[in-house]
Design a protein around this ligand. Structure first.
Ligand SMILES: [Mn+2]
Length: 267
């Protein structure tokens, strides 16, 4: 009964299978936490999604920006971006089941020790607020009118949190924070969408979201991905899991009971 967490897979199915065999993952016995971005940019997104769908009873997955992109493409809300690699999912005979699975994944998942999220938790949102917005967004994604919902939540604004935002703007902010955020403005905590570089070489007005004092109600360790340039790190409060497999680097798993790490190189 081991519990593992794995970073951004992004269609790297061969490496995913190699890593699962390396850690000895047994579906039905072990549990696997995935931080999202199962699909896109890599070569075998459809196979990754089918594996996760098949073993969903042993897997917890939070949504990443590329997973939401897939839902938006499936709902025909946006046009294809030139480097996307998800067209075989859109035309697959089981596309409805696979996207249906993603629509049932949360943005944020908590157990007694960990919080799982793709990009991060915004420091201006209390854990209570995060939980409420997470549930509200899940209800909308599961509903029959999810395509209209996705249309409403697509966009960069608002990038600054305010308590008096309308519900839809609160949800848009929450989705962007939990699936896209890396740096935020040191003063306003505005989400920055431009700078994707190294943590030690960032503009002085920006700070990584996890370096801001987090809300005192968040007393669990946060497992996150989305930030290939950051790579793996494990601190008192955070485990960063995206080690850039799709960019030719590594796919990383951590046993979250023993903190043992396993990695495979990109093929
Ligand atoms: Mn991402």
């Amino acid at each position: 009964m081991s519990k593992f967490a794995i970073g951004d897979i992004q269609g790297c199915y061969s490496e995913f299978m190699e890593l699962l065999s390396k850690i000895g993952f047994i579906p039905g016995k072990d549990t696997l936490y995935l931080v999202g971005d199962l699909v896109n940019r890599g070569p075998n997104s459809l196979e990754v999604l089918r594996y996760v769908y098949k073993h969903q009873d042993s897997i917890v997955c939070t949504l990443g920006n590329h997973d939401i992109y897939l839902l938006a493409r499936y709902a025909k809300i946006i046009e294809a971006v030139s480097d996307d690699t998800i067209s075989d999912i859109l035309t697959a005979t089981d596309s409805n089941l696979l996207t249906g699975y993603l629509r049932n994944c949360p943005l944020v998942f908590q157990d007694s020790e960990y919080i799982l999220v793709h990009a991060g938790l915004h420091p201006d949102l209390s854990l209570d607020k995060i939980t409420k917005l997470n549930n509200l967004i899940s209800d909308n994604l599961k509903s029959d009118t999810y395509d209209q919902f996705i249309q409403n939540i697509y966009g960069n604004k608002p990038h600054i949190w305010a308590k008096d935002l309308s519900k839809i703007k609160q949800m848009r902010f929450m989705i962007n924070a939990s699936t896209r955020m890396r740096f935020i403005d040191t003063k306003t905590h505005a989400i920055d969408y431009k700078f994707k570089g190294e943590v030690f070489n960032h503009p002085s007005n920006l700070t990584p979201w996890f370096k801001v004092d987090k809300h005192p109600s968040i007393d669990k360790k946060i497992l996150f991905g989305h930030w290939a340039a950051l790579g793996f790190f494990h601190s008192e409060e955070f485990i960063s899991l995206d080690t850039g497999c799709v960019w030719g680097r590594k796919l990383t798993a951590i046993n979250i009971d023993t903190f043992e790490i396993a990695q495979v190189s990109a093929i």
